[in-house]
Design a protein around this ligand. Structure first.
Ligand SMILES: NC(=O)c1ccc[n+]([C@@H]2O[C@H](COP(=O)([O-])OP(=O)(O)OC[C@H]3O[C@@H](n4cnc5c(N)ncnc54)[C@H](OP(=O)(O)O)[C@@H]3O)[C@@H](O)[C@H]2O)c1
Length: 342
């Protein structure tokens, strides 16, 4: 089949780019609807739920934001009505729909983990529904590298936990300041698990409790290690909040590293990053980033022991999902990455 790719040049002034959402009834998808409906360049043409859904659905929370019905998944319609499709689907569905859209010349911004791992062995283990990565797939963490977005056919958005971990640690790793393993102690609000409650995420179980899970087995561990190039011990916890992630990250610095050098590296890395707020020793809090696309990072260095503790915070549904996806869309279509977000 011959595929004609839509232009990757920036849109002319006043031009709207037709976009669609698959998975619009989910937590991340609803956040996408809210943000895209007021985006000045993206024109949301259709929002879809699962193929098994009833013919049309309305989400009360989206009244006067998106009053069109949400319709069952239909790949032909996505191809007909959108130049770029946002996928906020479970991994297996994303693997199938994302590959089909790319093959038909539609650009994709995927929020799932289906296309994040480049190593075949790791991907087969954690995302078995993705046998190969479609040509033109990129891992889209803008704060680390903005160079590949314009040419990408599929932007795979980082996971919520990896986004917070990588923004905090990648500049130090790139500067060669980290030695040995990195320990990421993470706490997440319950919306990170999606809208379907389980025994663990049910309100009655989660309210008034804190629990660790996924020890040595969480799929975000290989993702952080892939991007960081360091061994990582990652321990996620569920906390009784609806949204937000806070990570406390423990690492060892190259011998002799001073606080001032850490500060210089971090500020140089994020001088042009509109969504990273370096708060230094005023450690960040979930309330300060909730409902925003910011990732706040603070740290303290103990020069005596050579240890650094970083604290990184974001909203899992915005910077960890829908907001980051729109930031990546903006870069992919050649407009200011802050568009519709700040
Ligand atoms: N929640 C987060 O904080 C977060 C952060 C980063 C990334 N992500 C990723 O983003 C994706 C969506 O997460 P979420 O939390 O929004 O999930 P969710 O609340 O469970 O929503 C899933 C969405 O996908 C649809 N869906 C389910 N099965 C489908 C299928 N087989 N085919 C087509 N559509 C299907 C659902 O439609 P129905 O309403 O019809 O079931 C719903 O719209 C996941 O891959 C997740 O890992 C989530």
């Amino acid at each position: 089949m011959t595929v004609t790719h839509p232009s990757t040049s920036a849109p002319a002034a006043g031009t709207r780019i037709r976009v669609a959402i698959a998975g619009a009834t989910g937590f991340a998808g609803q956040e996408l609807v809210k943000l895209l409906s007021r985006h000045p360049v993206a024109q949301l043409t259709v929002a879809m739920s699962s193929a098994a859904g009833s013919p049309t659905r309305h989400i009360p929370a989206l009244t006067r934001i998106w009053d069109d019905p949400i319709v069952p998944l239909d790949i032909d319609r996505l191809c007909a009505e959108a130049e770029v499709v946002f996928l906020a689907l479970p991994e297996a569905a994303s693997a199938e729909v994302g590959a089909a859209l790319v093959a038909r010349g539609v650009r994709v911004v995927d929020l799932s983990g289906a296309f994040r791992l480049r190593d075949d062995h790791a991907r087969h283990k954690f995302y078995p529904a993705t046998p190969v990565l479609p040509e033109g797939t990129m891992y889209g963490l803008a704060e680390h590298d903005r160079s590949g977005f314009r040419a990408a056919r599929l932007v795979s958005c980082p996971g919520c936990y990896p986004t917070a971990a990588l923004i905090a640690t990648q500049p130090l790793a790139d500067a060669g300041l980290l030695v040995g393993p990195v320990i990421v102690d993470a706490k997440s609000g319950i919306s990170g698990a999606g809208k379907t409650p389980s025994d663990r995420t049910h309100f009655s179980e989660n309210h008034g409790s804190v629990s660790a899970y996924g020890l040595f087995s969480h799929r975000h561990t290989p993702e952080i290690e892939q991007e960081l190039g360091h061994a990582v011990t990652f321990v996620p916890h569920l906390v009784p909040l609806d949204r937000g992630i806070l990570e406390t990250i423990y690492a060892t610095l190259k011998p002799g590293t001073k606080d001032a050098e850490v500060s210089a590296v971090m500020h140089a890395a994020y001088a042009d990053a509109p969504f990273v707020r370096l708060v230094g020793s005023h450690l960040p809090e979930i309330k300060h980033v909730a409902h925003t696309n910011f990732c706040d990072v603070g740290w303290k260095v103990d020069e005596h022991t050579g240890r650094i503790i970083l604290v990184s915070c974001l909203d899992n549904l915005v910077k960890g999902a829908a907001g980051q996806a729109i930031q990546n869309f903006n870069l992919a279509v050649g407009i200011d990455e802050k568009t519709g977000l700040l």
